[in-house]
Design a protein around this ligand. Structure first.
Ligand code: 6PG
Length: 508
């Protein structure tokens, strides 16, 4: 029998790239980690990384490799905290069952750090409540983020959070007093100062829901950047390197963000085999794991207009229809004459289009979360959410500080676009979005998220929409009734459209 030595603070199941890096990050912050993976090579890998990073200090091993779940449980102080970094879906349930069999106790906390669907997290918290405390924490920032400071989005029972809080605050990314990320890439030299990019978001699936919306925004942001690139390339004939340099410049201003920064870098890379721009050799067929689609579905189910996010999902889907696109390219005639333009003017327009559309995309993300709180009985703190996205995560961007400020000023703000700051920004920059949409349409270049952003902006600010006609159509063919603009809300009417005199009746 293994002795209960309880010499570790936290257990890790799943030592793939994310698990390994998060475990090393915790170890850097002074936590002792017991790690387990079905693949023993992964256990060996994390142990050798630990030795490679701290060759002079190996006797004080901060990470212990375990051969079984039982051994891992015996290493953990109680209540035990066990992080799962296994693929979302059935593997999470399998591991929970195995842990229960291995002797996990009801007060022990199992933290799912994968990209799980929030409804699974809600279900698991209820399903396992007599056997363990199931807690969700979504992680953003990829492998570098996990190693040196991710954005962590925790959701679960408040009591468990008290155990996790010091660890999560220690390992998450940090921002300085101006809200700027404090960058580090040095193993063994963690950052202790600054505001941590983590905050308790609410019970059950709140953390995974917020991360899902983060990814929906990520899809939109990425697609918007791709459309800006496509327009600059097609209309101005710029090379990838030129666009990379331009994005580098843009990254110094209001567009400052991780995604613009990495895009600038990507566009300046040449293929090592051919010397051609690497981006030109990458097949234009986009992958997706599902989180953007879940965001669009959730928005649609709740009736929240989130067209930019949905368009970003559709754009990826359309890109995958490669053989149909090749066929259609020679069959469907569009416009091939590019507009005669002034390069400086086009650059400025696309810059402002990207910024305006980005504001609209983030506004949609926050609207989705506002609707979800009513649906799931959460009380999401939008200031905290904007703040924990300022560092570590993929959508980190300077303007998240402005979003945090807007919600600080008015916590019940219905839509970011209504805040003084963003209303002013859009008043000033929308011309660029309009010009870019016109240019794209006139040149036959697809820019679906730019188009959608403009339609959202114009739709949202319209006092009058043609939905009156739509209601009439519904009533005409289906007697679905309508409300009258000159009657109290909630009073329903039906016109007998096909009867003589078209009488209208009030419907009780
Ligand atoms: C993050 C990323 C991460 C992952 C996406 C990729 O925040 O670190 O969002 O979660 O890169 O899941 O998603 P797609 O494969 O769907 O693009």
């Amino acid at each position: 029998m293994v002795n209960m030595i309880q010499d570790c603070n936290i257990g890790f199941i799943g030592l793939g790239v994310m698990g390994k890096n998060l475990a090393l990050n915790l170890a850097d912050h002074g936590y002792r980690v017991a790690g387990f993976d079905l693949d023993t090579k992964k256990v060996e890998d994390v142990l050798s990384s630990e030795i490679a990073e701290r060759p002079t200090d190996v006797e004080k091993a901060r990470i212990i490799g375990c051969d079984s779940l039982k051994e891992m449980l015996d290493h953990l102080a109680t209540p035990r905290v066990i992080v799962l970094l296994v693929p979302a879906g059935q593997p999470v349930d399998d591991v929970c069952q195995n842990l229960i069999q291995a002797g996990l106790e009801p007060n022990d906390i199992v933290v799912d750090c994968g990209n799980s669907q929030w409804t699974d997290t809600i279900r698991r918290e209820a399903e396992y409540k007599h056997q363990l405390k199931f807690f969700g924490t979504a992680v953003s920032g990829g492998e570098v983020g996990a190693r040196f400071g991710p954005s962590l989005m925790p959701g679960g029972d408040a009591e468990s959070w008290q155990y996790l809080k010091p660890m999560w605050e220690a390992v998450s990314a940090k921002v300085d007093e101006d809200g700027k990320p404090i960058e580090t890439r040095t193993p063994g030299k963690p950052i202790f100062d600054g505001e941590p990019c983590t905050a308790y978001l609410g019970p059950n699936g709140a953390g995974h829901y917020v991360k899902m919306v983060h990814n929906g925004i990520e899809y939109a942001d990425m697609q918007l950047i791709c459309e800006a690139y496509h327009l600059l390339r097609s209309i101005l004939g710029y090379s990838p390197k030129q666009i990379g340099k331009l994005f580098e410049k843009w990254n110094q201003g209001v567009l400052n963000s991780y995604l613009v920064e990495i895009t600038a870098d990507i566009l300046q890379q040449d293929d090592i085999k051919t010397g051609e721009p690497l981006v030109d050799l990458i097949l234009d067929s986009a992958g997706q794991k599902g989180t953007g689609r879940w965001t669009a579905i959730s928005a649609t189910q709740m009736g929240v207009p989130a067209g930019i996010i949905s368009e970003a999902v559709y754009s990826r889907a359309l890109s995958t229809l490669t053989s149909q696109r090749y066929q259609a390219a020679s069959t469907l005639v569009g416009i091939t004459d590019l507009a005669d333009v002034n390069a400086e003017h086009v650059e400025a327009s696309i810059h402002d289009a990207l910024y305006s559309a980005k504001i609209c995309a983030y506004a949609q993300g926050f609207q989705i979360m506002r609707a979800a709180q009513a649906e799931y009985d959460w009380k999401l703190n939008f200031v905290d959410i904007a703040k924990i996205w300022r560092g570590g995560c993929i959508i980190r961007a300077s303007f998240l500080q402005k979003i945090a400020d807007a919600f600080t000023e008015e916590p019940e703000l219905d839509n970011l676009l209504l805040s003084d700051y963003f209303a002013d920004q859009l008043e000033e920059r929308q011309v660029g979005l309009r010009n870019s949409v016109v240019l794209a349409a006139q040149s036959g270049i697809p820019a679906p998220t730019f188009f959608s952003a403009l339609a959202y902006f114009d739709g949202y600010r319209s006092e009058v929409l043609p939905a009156n006609l739509l209601q009439a159509q519904r009533d005409y063919f289906g007697a679905h009734t309508y409300e009258r603009a000159d009657s109290a809300r909630g009073e329903k009417f039906h016109t007998h459209w096909q009867q003589e005199g078209r009488p209208e009746t009030q419907v009780k």
